[in-house]
Design a protein around this ligand. Structure first.
Ligand code: ADP
Ligand code: GLC
Length: 496
């Protein structure tokens, strides 16, 4: 089975968030799931050749090799020709990067240093989608059986597949995964003429949205199946509260709308071997975690006594993540007897607010504004508790990494957080059930209530805390089950 995966970011080449982890890990997970069933699965990943892709390849001593496959996109402002390069020697299934420096050779993936989206984003991702369909047969050595695209950046692939490529690729199953419905790729309607959109696609049942061009909506309308990254989120996006204006459309029009929870790459995320950690540990011997905690406190210039838990936050600073609640929590840290380290960047107002709080409450809070992969790992390892008060969360990988590193998540019970963190209540937690603490209402009161429970158990019931931590580390967050589910879906949709 030949599978095209189209994504706008993928580890280790380019990353702003969890989509990169998923797109980077899924191809190999599909191969493994296929092998377990005696099925030959041949995925390939198609991404833009951003500046960071070149840098990451170089850093690894890998070469970008010209495949000789050139794709032409017949766009309104003049055809664009771009070349598919292969990241030679990359681990796992093939990764192809689209060489179009005028579109992708930039410092950041989606926006400039003032966080203004690039004004040619429509064309940047139209080109990716078009060139993928154009180049795939030559690169795969045959027609694809499945075209699986991710988020609005991949959505045009669904539309092109069922209009411009319908004759050639009518057998291919079209799957679109929504990692975040809050980002839909909405552009002025008249721009449709510049990306060779089929006229029929600009219709209220398709990509038209109040006169605008809505790529995600168009993609859903053409996909054979729309998936999202947890079961709860699949339900939530059909409600007005979480539907971001598309709930009615999703209820009426989305075919096979499924929630498939994300896995994590358990080899790349392992406290026993993680090269970013100063000390290593596993369930049998957790002493390394304590040493990681000491190192983390030192790195951040904080002090904590034995009964004082270290709380961690690792996040994009975006409205979704409920960081305003974390900011409100800061003055209460003293009473709670907890220390907090925050790593994140994004919204400038939030960045300023956390800088200010760190100056004012310097004994209890330390903040690093920025994006830092190795540091994020030291926090997953060194913290006792990870806070995730997201207002909505399609899946969330943070809490999965935290559990894997023996850090107990305290989360708002929403989306993937609800599905992956088990909180059976204090009595059951004391008996050794569950993996974390959840609160139902995204308010300061809700957060403090759950955190209070966590801190009390941490301080007064170390054996119960140890079991809780253990349960999280033991949780199967691997891709095994979800990759199997995607394969089943592909097989069910394949047109004979
Ligand atoms: P989202 O994709 O919405 O940002 P996820 O929890 O799915 O949320 O994934 C976030 C990913 O990005 C995780 O791998 C997390 O470790 C990483 N991450 C977020 N912020 C930072 C940061 N400031 N530095 C390093 N890694 C970060
Ligand atoms: C999005 C979501 C996050 C999810 C990630 C990967 O960024 O915000 O919840 O884990 O995609 O699917």
């Amino acid at each position: 089975m030949k599978i095209v995966q189209i994504a706008s970011e993928a580890v280790p080449w380019c990353k702003t968030g969890g989509l990169a982890d998923v797109a980077g890990a899924l191809p190999q997970a599909l191969v493994d799931a296929g092998a377990a069933q005696g099925l030959r699965v041949e995925p390939a990943l198609f991404i833009p050749l951003y500046r960071s892709v070149r840098e990451q390849a170089q850093k690894r001593g890998l070469e970008l090799v010209d495949t000789g496959v050139v794709a032409t996109a017949p766009f309104g402002l003049g055809p664009e020709r771009a070349r598919w390069m292969k990241i030679e020697g990359a681990e796992g299934p093939p990764v192809y990067a689209l060489d179009a420096p005028w579109r992708y050779d930039r410092a950041r993936l989606y926006d400039d240093e003032h966080q203004r989206p690039y004004d040619d984003n429509l064309h940047r991702y139209a080109l990716l989608c078009r060139a993928t369909l154009e180049g795939a047969p030559a690169l795969l050595g045959g027609l694809p059986d499945v075209v699986h695209a991710h988020d609005w950046q991949g959505a045009l692939a669904m539309m092109y597949l069922r209009t411009r490529y319908v004759r050639q690729m009518h057998r291919a199953a079209a799957v679109l995964t929504i990692h975040n419905l809050a980002y839909q790729g909405v552009f002025p309607g008249e721009l449709r003429h510049t990306v060779d959109l089929d006229p029929a696609a600009f219709h209220m049942d398709r990509a038209e949205f109040y006169g605008h061009l809505n790529l995600l909506k168009g993609g859903v309308s053409y996909a054979d199946s729309t998936t999202t990254v947890s079961r709860s989120y699949a339900d939530e996006i059909r409600t007005a509260q979480f539907g971001c204006g598309l709930d009615g459309f999703l209820r009426a029009r989305a075919r096979w709308l499924l929630g498939v929870v994300n896995g994590i790459d358990t080899r790349a995320w392992d406290p026993k071997t993680d090269p970013a950690l100063p000390h290593h540990y596993d369930q049998e011997d957790m002493s390394g975690k304590l040493a990681c905690r000491e190192a983390l406190l030192k790195e951040f210039g904080l002090r904590a006594s034995i009964g004082q838990p270290v709380l961690g936050v690792i996040s994009r600073f975006a409205g979704q993540k409920g960081l305003d609640l974390v900011a409100e929590l800061v003055p209460h840290l003293h009473r709670l007897g907890a220390k907090l380290v925050v790593l994140g960047s994004g919204d400038a107002g939030l960045e300023d607010r956390f800088r200010y709080l760190a100056r004012t409450f310097s004994r209890n809070l330390a903040v690093k504004i920025g994006y830092d992969g190795p540091l994020s790992r030291r926090i997953y390892a060194g913290a006792d508790i990870l806070l995730m008060p997201s207002r909505f969360e399609p899946c969330g990988l943070n809490q999965l990494y935290a559990m894997r590193y023996g850090t107990v998540p305290v989360v708002h019970a929403v989306g993937g957080l609800r599905d992956t963190v088990v909180d059976p209540g204090d009595a059951a937690l004391m008996r050794g059930e569950g993996t974390g603490f959840r609160f139902e209402h995204p308010t300061l009161q809700g957060l403090v209530w759950a955190l209070d429970r966590a801190v009390r158990m941490y301080r007064h019931a170390p054996p119960a805390w140890g079991r809780l931590r253990d349960n999280g580390m033991r949780r199967d967050s691997s891709w095994t089950q979800s990759a199997r589910t995607y394969l089943e879906l592909y097989q069910a949709l394949r047109r004979r």
